[in-house]
Design a protein around this ligand. Structure first.
Ligand code: ADP
Ligand code: MN
Ligand code: MN
Ligand code: MN
Ligand code: MN
Length: 338
């Protein structure tokens, strides 16, 4: 007998990579063994020119496939060149090095993934040719006048749980049709791999409802909230004391760090980090307790308990989790090592 393995990978589309996948039929004997490498045509995914376009898929994370069920699996892959070096679009390889270097500090992350449902060219809940009532009642709302797409959201949550992902919650967001799920807290590679799978499951689940989901950081211009990916971060020392929390916040503000981070926090960051709609301007860095207008927030319980974690509020919804977790570990763990 056989089972189906959905090989999923991150492509080379600029400025924001897309997910791709295809199905491999495997013999039952393959179960439990190391999954085989596979190949694809990189010229169709912005990962190669027409000549010499073969690229290699190397499985890095596997979980049950909640859509197909049974023995079928989802297989997240990293992309390699045919000489087995990481392809230039492969940001996971660099995170693996960073995690190996600073793993002793036990960094963990919880990422809040915001996204927006679309039906055709309109956000779900937006009337044809117009706008819904202004923001105010939608965030964590209830009722058909405030909530659009809950059936899709519930199906996605169920699929993430069936896949065994470390999803920790969901909520309706400030703009109609906008939602959030959180993954973590988990180690850098774990949270990133699982977030990519959760994104794939979001698109795949919504597909059956004839709805699309987008990570566009500013899907509606004007007085409507953007979509972010607040990244919550701690090390063992931060979970045990307050001084390391301040060290991390200060390190993120040093020299060129604010810009080094922000320019890698997702395409279109300046459209979203305007200083309005619960954001700090992209070209200013500040941290503060309970401050949702700060770049980095120290949650109020963390100040009370004098230990815990910090929330980097800057990453866009379309951020690459392999990149944001690497930058945070690099900057904060290097400072904490001193
Ligand atoms: P918000 O109040 O900003 O909306 P959420 O509840 O949506 O917060 O998300 C908080 C995230 O922080 C969750 O994913 C949670 O798992 C994560 N988190 C909690 N404790 C820690 C910690 N010590 N280190 C890293 N992440 C954490
Ligand atoms: Mn073919
Ligand atoms: Mn949240
Ligand atoms: Mn949110
Ligand atoms: Mn948040």
């Amino acid at each position: 007998m056989t089972f189906k393995a959905e090989y999923i990978w991150i492509d080379g589309t600029a400025p924001t990579a897309k997910l791709r996948s295809k199905t491999k039929i495997l013999a039952d004997e393959a179960k439990g063994a190391e999954l085989p490498l596979w190949g694809f045509d990189g010229s169709s995914t912005n990962q190669a020119k027409g000549h010499a376009s073969d690229r290699v898929l190397k499985p890095v994370f596997t979980c049950p496939d909640p859509i197909r069920g049974g023995a079928d699996i989802l297989v997240l892959c990293e992309v390699l060149n045919t000489d087995m070096t990481p392809h230039e679009s492969n940001t996971r390889a660099e995170l693996a090095e960073t995690e190996a270097r600073f793993g002793a500090q036990e960094p963990i992350f919880g990422i809040e993934q915001e996204y927006t449902f679309f039906e055709g060219d309109r956000p779900l809940g937006f009337p044809v040719g117009g706008f819904p009532a202004a923001q105010g009642g939608y965030y964590c709302g209830v009722g058909a006048d405030e909530i659009f797409g809950r059936d899709v959201v519930e199906a996605h949550l169920e699929n993430c749980l069936k896949a065994g992902l470390g999803i920790s919650g969901i909520n309706a967001e400030v703009m109609p049709g906008q939602w959030e799920f959180q993954v973590g807290p988990l180690a850098p590679l774990e949270v990133s791999d699982q977030l990519w799978i959760a994104r794939w499951l979001l698109y795949r689940t919504a597909e059956d409802f004839k709805v699309s989901a987008t990570l566009d950081p500013k899907p509606v211009k004007g007085d409507w909230n953007g979509a972010g990916a607040h990244t919550n971060f701690s090390t063992k020392a931060m979970r045990e004391g307050y001084a390391p929390i301040i060290t991390a916040c200060e390190a993120l503000g040093e020299g060129s760090k604010p810009l080094d981070h922000v320019k890698n926090y997702g395409a279109g960051i300046d459209d979203r980090l305007t200083g309005l709609h619960e954001t700090a301007p992209w070209d200013e860095y500040k941290y503060g307790v309970s401050d949702r207008g700060a770049s980095v927030r120290i949650p109020w319980q963390v100040e009370v308990e004098q230990k815990g974690y910090i929330e980097d509020r800057r990453p866009n919804a379309n951020v690459d989790p392999y990149v944001v977790t690497r930058l945070l570990v690099d900057t904060c763990c290097a400072a904490l090592e001193k």
